[in-house]
Design a binder for this molecule. Structure first.
Ligand code: UD1
Length: 418
């Protein structure tokens, strides 16, 4: 298994290119199933999750080929309707094939994703929405079997603005008979990006980026040619790294308007963030301050996917921060590993109290999930001495060559085989 070895204490300087958003790419790949032809996704990052979904699409009968840094997905010959456990268990986002398969073929059988390190993460809202659209949903043998001769437009009020749930239902509604209204819809930029792509495919969608989506179903959609939005979480992670490590870096190809809530907190932490225009953002560490409280919430609130990295930032310095996780019920697994590096953190329920310490010390730590891994890398960059982060496969699910990008900025970090 791969591990990362980091020698902390190096300043970060220079420019870094931000890749396409993993959480935009995955639903866009699933959307290719909606059309009987070849769709083109441009500028696709080399991520384990993208490979996994590619395998799943191939398993369903699609042809998936790399093309000049992008992907060509031909869904003309799709004949399978089943997403097997072996593929779904490694990546929850596999559930994104459910909506497109039911909408185009009238049937889908998808393994239930099951428990996950960061909480129960059920898909009940995806299923309730499909039922409201007339689908018959049967749970058996660990699979969910969904059938509908043709989905019907419906009014769906989501209990929680689930991101992949909104995406699944939006894709399903695009081919349904009649108008669907999704209330309390997720407003994440990735949902908006998917809507833009679906509209280019011929879908009729209003309200993307707001809490109410209106979708008039059409009979067929055409293949797309789409460039996904930049990854706001990769950008935010590198911004937090700069803030923590005496940084002066410029992000190239980043959307600051997708990071508003995070940037407010980063500035409270002392960092200077400047929009240079043309999707270039400069981050200078400035006069570091701890003692920044935050609570995660759905977009446009502070993203749960940046909570662990921001906690790493709050570990070193003076002041006490209260970090409250409101999206997932068990997303503090990085706390015990950060504590092994000398951090002073107490968790009570959904809140973690982080008392800044003068210095973190390098240690052997273990990645437990995707964003927790990133937090450990950040702590390692700021710590005294060497840190070894093992189980880097979690990181590779969502960051393309993070160690190469950080290395080019001046960090001392290398990948080893253990
Ligand atoms: C997506 C992102 C993930 C991010 C998360 C929250 C992708 C591929 N993944 O995950 O990186 O951390 O949004 O921003 O885009 N819930 C239910 N029932 C459901 C669905 C969700 O109770 O049917 C709950 C979940 O347990 C969780 C909350 O809703 O507590 C939000 O989850 P959701 O928005 O669905 O996350 P994902 O779409 O899985």
């Amino acid at each position: 298994m791969d591990a990362l070895v980091i020698e902390g204490g190096r300043p970060l300087r220079g420019s870094v290119q931000i890749g396409a958003a993993k959480n935009a790419v995955l639903p866009l790949m699933a959307a290719a199933l909606l059309a009987g032809g070849e769709s083109h996704l441009r500028r696709i990052p080399k991520l384990a999750d993208v490979r996994t979904l590619g395998l799943l699409l191939e398993h369903l009968g699609a042809r998936v080929r790399p093309d000049n840094g992008g992907l060509l997905i031909d869904a003309a010959a799709v004949d399978g309707r089943e997403a097997p456990y072996e593929l779904v268990k490694t990546m929850r986002a596999s559930v994104l094939v459910l909506g497109p398969l039911v909408a185009r073929f009238g049937r889908a059988r998808v393994s239930l994703p099951g428990g996950c390190a960061i909480g129960a993460r059920p898909i009940n809202l995806h299923l309730k929405g499909l039922e409201a659209m007339g689908a018959e949903v049967v749970l058996e043998h660990g699979y969910v079997d969904v059938r509908a001769l043709r989905l019907r437009g419906a009014r769906i009020v989501l209990d929680i603005p689930t991101v992949t749930g909104t995406e699944n239902l939006m894709m399903a509604a695009a081919l349904a008979d009649g108008t669907t209204v999704i209330e309390n819809a997720a407003r994440e930029p990735e949902v908006e990006d998917l809507a833009a792509c679906l509209i280019a495919m011929g879908a009729r969608i209003r309200g993307a980026g707001s809490a109410v989506l209106e979708i008039d179903g059409v009979d067929a959609l055409i293949p797309f040619d789409h460039t996904p939005i930049p990854d706001r979480i990769e950008a935010g992670t590198l911004m937090a790294a700069a803030a923590l490590c005496d940084g002066d870096i410029t992000l190239v190809g980043a959307r600051l308007d997708h990071l508003d809530a995070f940037v407010v907190k980063l500035r409270e932490a002392g960092a200077e963030v400047t929009d240079l225009g043309g999707q270039r953002v400069r981050v200078v560490s400035g006069q570091r301050r701890c003692g920044v409280d935050l609570r995660t919430s759905p977009h446009p609130g502070f993203p749960t996917d940046m909570q662990a990295q921001f906690m790493a930032l709050m570990c070193k310095g003076t002041g006490t921060s209260v970090i409250t996780e409101k999206v997932f019920e068990n997303r503090f697994m990085h706390v015990s590993e950060l504590s092994r590096m000398g951090a002073d953190i107490t968790v009570e329920g959904a809140s973690a109290m982080v008392r800044g310490v003068a210095q973190l010390s390098g240690a052997r730590v273990m990645a437990t999930d995707l964003r927790a891994s990133a937090a450990l890398v950040l702590a390692g960059l700021a710590a005294e001495g060497a840190t070894t982060v093992s189980r880097v496969y979690h990181l590779d699910r969502g960051y393309e060559a993070l160690e190469v990008k950080l290395g080019a900025l001046g960090a001392q970090i290398e990948r080893i085989k253990e």
